[in-house]
Design a protein around this ligand. Structure first.
Ligand code: NAI
Length: 331
């Protein structure tokens, strides 16, 4: 299914393409729901060598999907080949957390993966490539990637916290029995981990504040925040596998907002520039406004209350420790 790439074709690279998130993600990318129904795409799929047979099955299914916008599919285990000319790179592939693994062990496996992919992206991707890191620990993998890809502006790299954002929106909507689209003012701060801070202090429905209806700060601390922080673990417990369908949907939402723009404030882990006292350089989830064409700005001027500050400081501390551990692993 290879055809010469027309200049207007968007080249999208997905790593971990034979994995479970990608199995839900690739059809969404191919059917025009992310980049628009007039935007043809070329998919470049990266996997580790042992997963290439499975990847060829995924590729066959993409062909059988007869997606009118899908111009070509490349399957490879070579990052240099995968990232060639990439306009968008979605880094889903990562070494999975296995039973008994500490955070340091997970970092030790993933730092070299993201370092190697950074070199290849830096050399072979389009100069304006937008890189979304999904594989965990996503925020710190994004930091490593950005550090070793100096040709790519740090603002062109982000990590996924949109799944947490969507979970928070859905929990507010469910608790108040209102449609999701009526909920606003929700955001995720910090690390994509159990220390993340799902902030509903300014949540509103049709413009009306709803913190009181959610039971006030005490109830939010007891119930709402832990529900979001532990949602991933609850899904693993129930399904025996980590979230994939909702993760793929969140990746699609993240890319659409980032590349095409969005009227709503959304959550993205982005290169910290010192905003809200977060140390520069870590990839920290903030409320952001996506302006279109891949531009975004961190929402400024939020007057953080003591309650929020405590959570934000805790997740920032975890992220600094993760950064230090990751950097100590570099040779
Ligand atoms: P999976 O295990 O089903 O798939 C991962 C795929 O990545 C596998 O096919 C594996 O062969 C591949 N892979 C591993 N190392 C690679 C490398 N160096 N280059 C290319 N491919 C490589 O896992 P799943 O469920 O698809 O999740 C993928 C990642 O996304 C995990 O790290 C998971 O923790 C993370 N995740 C992140 C979320 C977020 O919100 N940031 C939400 C859900 C999952």
């Amino acid at each position: 299914m290879t055809s010469p790439t027309h200049p207007s074709v968007l080249t999208v690279c997905v790593t971990g393409a034979a994995g479970q998130i990608s199995y839900s993600l690739l059809p969404i990318l191919a059917n025009g729901h992310v980049f628009g129904i007039n935007q043809p795409i070329a998919l470049r799929l990266l996997e580790i060598t042992p997963a290439l047979p499975a990847l060829s099955g995924v590729s066959m299914e993409l062909i059988d999907g007869s997606y009118p916008l899908l111009r070509s599919v490349v399957e490879t285990d070579d990052p240099a080949h995968a990232f060639k000319g990439a306009d968008v790179a979605v880094l889903v592939g990562a070494f999975p957390r296995k039973h008994g693994m500490e955070r340091k062990d997970l970092l030790a496996k993933n730092v070299p993966i993201f370092q190697k992919q950074a070199y290849a992206l830096n050399q072979f991707a389009s100069p304006d490539v937008k890189v979304l890191v999904v594989g965990n620990p996503a925020n710190t993998n994004a930091l490593i990637l950005s550090k070793f890809a100096p040709n790519i502006p740090p603002t062109n790299v982000s990590a996924l916290t949109r799944l947490d954002h969507n979970r928070a929106l859905a929990q507010v909507a469910t608790r108040l029995d209102v449609p999701i689209h009526s909920v606003d003012g929700v955001c995720i701060w910090g690390n994509h981990s159990s220390t993340q801070y799902p902030d509903v202090v300014r949540a509103s429905v049709h413009g009306h504040p709803v913190l009181d209806k959610l039971g006030g700060l005490e109830r939010v601390a007891e119930d709402f925040i832990p529900t979001i922080q532990k949602r991933g673990a609850a899904i693993i417990k129930a399904r025996g596998l980590s979230s994939a369908m909702s993760a793929a949907n969140a990746i699609a939402d993240h890319l659409r907002s980032w590349i095409c723009g969005d009227d709503r404030i959304v959550s993205m882990a982005v290169h910290a520039d010192g905003s809200y006292g977060i140390k520069e350089g870590v990839f920290f989830s903030y409320p952001v406004r996506c302006l279109g064409d891949g531009d975004y700005e961190i929402v400024r001027g939020i007057d953080l209350d003591h309650f929020s500050r405590k959570y934000i400081d805790a997740t920032a501390e975890e992220l600094y420790a993760e950064r230090d551990e990751a950097l100590s692993l570099l040779i």
